[in-house]
Write a protein that binds this ligand. Structure first.
Ligand SMILES: Cc1cc2nc3c(=O)[nH]c(=O)nc-3n(C[C@H](O)[C@H](O)[C@H](O)COP(=O)(O)O)c2cc1C
Ligand SMILES: CCCCCCC(=O)C(=O)O
Length: 385
């Protein structure tokens, strides 16, 4: 029986994985308010389809920071794929490469960067700011040598938030799952939970450098010739500073509800971030994207691409590389169908006028004013960008 929805894959994965691993993946921080709100934000919006547009050949290919992609989907950086499949990130890389999507490999990947790279396909590397700056520098050099196309610094995690599911489960990594790209001294703590703290949280407290500020970014900027992407920006203020600091792209993200609980849903933050950076600075989004229609909404509100987290791990747990390919293939075909049925055959045609709020809010001008009526759906008027 073919898998028709991401929800079906989620159920397959839930049945296959041990409870504490499932909780680590699915869970969020605090009351999990932001986790729930991230998905719900997409349900608050509707599409405004245009009709009588030639949609015989919808196209969702694009180029992102010089990286050609068959679709505007990427795999969000996630630690330890071997928790859900023995081949871990190499299987994820194979499935992602086959789908022509972007893979953002996490600093805490459980397979060597060079093995992941050998699957081919577009790939970027995500890093955290470690106290051990030499370890960070070594990883950046390896990423460049292995053909990674950009460096993504996650900035919403000066410490790992308390995730109660992991504390209750005394979650720690099994001995055979480890962050193999870092030296063992740096990762040893992830295998031991203590009362009141998961191994992950305790490790991050020891290794992540919470003193990181904008002033430090220049070190990384000068260290690499790769484009620099900041992940975890949720305000116009920070987006503007990032651009001033020479950042090349942003990911609007609340870490899938795993860091600051009560943080604004990424979709809600997207328009202000898009409006505050130049066109030359692509804005990506992640958190709660579960269908091609969700992706279409994010793209219409100015995201250049959409990263997907947990669903990729569901696919990986279910069927390895094949399952990852299923997730990304399903999302791409749903997006193309949404574009065709909305009268937006190109990504450029997907603008803010393709979306409306439900119910209409009285305190904002919404839907945006359309100016002169257009005979094509490819209008970008509307004032959100
Ligand atoms: C199991 C797991 C591990 C993650 N590890 C990282 C990580 O190492 N670095 C990072 O920047 N984000 C990490 N994230 C956050 C994702 O990159 C992304 O922001 C989030 O999962 C998007 O939400 P979604 O899962 O609803 O798509 C992780 C998320 C999950 C679920
Ligand atoms: C012990 C290393 C920290 C991994 C953090 C992974 C992560 O970001 C997550 O959300 O989980």
């Amino acid at each position: 029986m073919p898998v028709l929805t991401l929800d079906e894959l989620r159920e397959h994965a839930r049945q296959r994985l041990p409870g504490p691993v499932w909780d680590f993946i699915e869970g969020g921080s605090g009351d999990e308010h932001t986790l729930r709100a991230g998905e719900a934000a997409y349900r608050e919006l509707c599409l405004r389809p245009r009709v009588l547009v030639d949609v015989a050949d919808p196209d969702c290919a694009l180029e992102l920071l010089g990286t050609p992609l068959a679709s505007p989907f990427g795999v969000a950086p996630m630690a330890y794929h071997r928790l859900v499949h023995p081949q871990g990130e190499t299987a994820t890389a194979e499935g992602t490469a086959r789908a022509g999507a972007l893979l953002v490999v996490g600093m805490f990947a459980s397979r060597p960067l060079e093995d992941i790279a050998s699957a081919g396909g577009p790939r970027w590397l995500q890093v955290y700011w470690l106290r051990r700056r030499d370890a960070l520098a070594g990883l950046v050099d390896r990423a460049e040598a292995a053909g990674f196309g950009a460096l993504m610094l996650t900035v919403d995690a000066p410490q790992v938030a308390r995730r109660r599911r992991d504390v209750r489960n005394a979650f720690a990594l099994p001995a055979d799952v480890t962050a193999v790209n870092l030296d063992p001294g740096l990762t040893e703590r992830t295998h031991r939970a203590t009362a009141g703290s998961s191994g992950i949280e305790a490790h991050a407290r020891e290794q992540f450098d919470p003193t990181l500020t904008w002033d430090d970014l220049s070190w990384l900027r000068e260290r690499t010739r790769l484009p620099l992407v900041l992940k975890g920006v949720l305000t116009a203020e920070d987006a503007r500073i990032a651009v001033e600091c020479g950042v090349d792209a942003l990911v609007v993200s609340n870490h899938g509800g795993r860091q600051l609980d009560r943080a604004v849903p990424a979709l809600q933050a997207l328009p202000e971030v898009v409006a505050s950076v130049p066109e030359s600075c692509p804005v990506l989004i992640d958190g709660g994207v579960r269908s091609g229609a969700d992706a279409a909404i994010a793209l219409a509100l100015g995201a250049r691409a959409v990263l997907v987290g947990r669903p990729v791990l569901w696919g990986l747990a279910h069927a390895g590389a094949e399952g990852v390919g299923q997730v990304l293939g399903l999302l791409r075909s749903e997006l193309l169908e949404t574009m065709a049925l909305s009268g937006c055959p190109s990504l450029a045609g997907l603008g803010p006028t393709a979306v409306s709020r439900r119910p209409p809010l009285r305190d904002h001008p919404w839907p945006p004013s359309h100016g002169e009526p257009s005979r094509t759906a490819s209008t970008t008027s509307g004032g959100l960008r």
